[in-house]
Design a protein around this ligand. Sequence first.
Ligand code: NI
Length: 194
Amino acid sequence: MRSIRIILWVLVVVAAAAMAYLYIYDNKATQVSGGKLGGEFNLVRQDGKPVTDKDLLGKPHAIFFGFTNCPEVCPTTLYEMSTWLDELGEDANDINVYFITVDPERDTVEMLAEYLTSFDARITGITGNKKDIEQTLRSYRVYFKRVELEDGDYSMDHTATIYLLDAKGEFTGSISYGEDGKSAVAKLRKLLKS
Ligand code: NI
């Protein structure tokens, strides 16, 4: 009787700790508001050239995180971003748009290059080794998690929000997944003036 009570108490404590952890972790992933995001990094672009955190500065930039095997969110977002850039026309040349992979093991330079040919050429893909990518994702407070699939393959859960940062790397706003195109373009125009 006593041991059952102890086991129940242990379960309650473990469940409470897990919920607290998830709550904090989830908030960390989604509560991005103001301030400088990102840290130092040395990664590689889809054309094989190196890219560092310094390269992102100097121009307002929009960053999106995902992976090329993504069934829906990533292709949809990249497609929509392409239409928004198209609408902005030459003005869009003053925004740097980056797609940073959350799946560096599969998203090699070649894979990213091939994948991005389907979208606006102004979208730059970024990959690198697993450790460096994970460190970068954490510095942007991005949520990412590998999910094992039944067929032995895997998928990645990830933040679907597009981050908008000014030329100094300060977070100025975001575009949500599925956001109305008019609203998204207005935010990009505003970003151009930041
Ligand atoms: Ni995705």
